[in-house]
Design a protein around this ligand. Structure first.
Ligand code: KG4
Ligand code: ZN
Length: 360
């Protein structure tokens, strides 16, 4: 295997079609030569959520173009590549298949190794790409599709400490925005409303805080917001601007409380000195501040990669591919596309698969 590795990464497991080129020289920081992400929000907006068939078709149509753009922007040609890495799950199966078939075609035509990457491993290994973190560290994934605590021990070894038993937090932000008539994606809209709201006006639940462990739940909290809204509508015929702000503030405070307490427990249980956070929800300033405070109190370092690398992208897949290749882990043309693929197969299976596919 050459010392310097230049990998093409492909990602198509949800609603972003992405291709990227990452280069790594041993002993040096890896370099993201390009990272192209073609979002599909416009295609799914009329349906109020990701439609798997529309997503799969869009991935199939756009992957070639994204690959061309990624190579162009990186200033490399196909012959410069050392391997092709691709998200092989978990995710919406049609999209994952589009990526896996594209990667197989490229690898076969170019005579290159194929590396199948678990999408969650891509997120979990990102702090090594951006911040050079050494193993082991604690990872909190909080996005529209994922919510779990992982101890990242090696590029191919993860221990799951807990995760959501129903919705992911971003999914809850999106649903709360929907019931309050706010635009999608809901997270930024709810955060903006919450800034002028009173988080104490509505008594909303803190799900699963009364139970030990690091599992989380957000579905009941979302329903509590819906009930509070319905109560106001029944009593006064609608919501005032302030009602909406207070509901958003109350919901956000509840999510922040739950994430902070579960993070405190995960740090204590794992004994890790570093917490890395990834996913769109980590963009929330209130949540970020609470997580930073929890780390400070525990004497742990808090690392949050830049947002464009925290959300779905292919640079993280190329990087995870490099890590696997350095361990000698490659795949054959029989690499399957997997809708479900837990990172830690010793952990109890998750229940529920949300709007954006399986959570693990
Ligand atoms: O990681 P991401 O871009 O995509 C996947 O879910 O795969 O995360 C998107 C999620 C959406 O649910 C969005 O509402 C949420 O992250 N989000 C936020 C904020 N910005 C994005 N949630 C809370 N506060 C935010 N500022
Ligand atoms: Zn993701």
């Amino acid at each position: 295997m050459p010392d310097t590795l230049t990998l093409l990464g492909l990602e198509s497991s949800c609603d972003d079609t992405a291709a990227a080129v990452v280069r790594h020289v041993p002993g040096q920081a890896p370099v993201i030569l390009s990272s192209v992400v073609a979002g599909q929000a416009d295609l799914h907006a009329p349906f109020g959520g990701v439609v798997p068939e529309i997503a799969a078709r869009a991935h199939a149509e756009r992957l070639d173009h994204c690959v061309e753009q990624a190579l162009d922007q990186a200033g490399v040609v196909l012959a410069d590549l050392d391997a092709v890495a691709v998200t092989a799950g978990p995710g919406l199966i049609g999209g994952v298949l589009s990526g896996v078939m594209t990667a197989k075609a490229l690898a076969a035509a170019l005579g290159l190794p194929l590396v199948g990457v678990n999408h969650l491993a891509g997120h979990a290994l990102t702090p090594r790409l951006t911040d050079g973190l050494a193993f082991p560290y604690l990872m909190l994934l909080v996005s529209g599709g994922h919510c779990q605590f992982l101890v990242v021990q090696a590029a191919d070894r993860f221990t799951r400490l807990g995760g959501t038993i129903d919705d992911a937090p971003g999914e809850a932000f999106d649903k709360v925005a929907k019931v309050l008539g706010l635009p999608q994606p809901g997270g930024p809209a709810v955060e903006a409303e919450a800034a002028a709201g009173d988080p104490l006006r509505f008594a909303l639940p803190r799900p699963l805080l009364d139970r030990p462990g690091c599992d989380l739940s957000f579905s009941g909290l979302k329903t509590a917001v819906l009930r509070a809204r319905d109560g106001l509508v029944a009593a006064q015929g609608g919501l005032t601007v302030q009602d909406r702000r207070d509901l958003c503030a109350g919901f956000q405070a509840a999510v922040a409380d739950v994430l902070a307490e579960k993070t405190r427990r995960a740090l204590a249980a794992s004994g890790m000195a570093v917490l890395a956070v990834a996913g769109g929800v980590a963009a929330n300033a209130t949540i970020r501040a609470r997580l930073t405070a929890v780390c400070a109190a525990a004497g742990a370092r808090c690392v949050a990669p830049p947002l464009r690398l925290c959300t779905d992208n292919a640079a993280m897949i190329a990087w995870a591919g490099i890590e696997r290749l350095r361990l000698g882990l490659t795949d054959g043309m029989d690499l399957p596309a997997r809708p479900r693929w837990p990172l830690d197969d010793r952990a109890a299976p998750m229940i529920g698969a949300g709007r954006k596919g399986a959570k693990a």
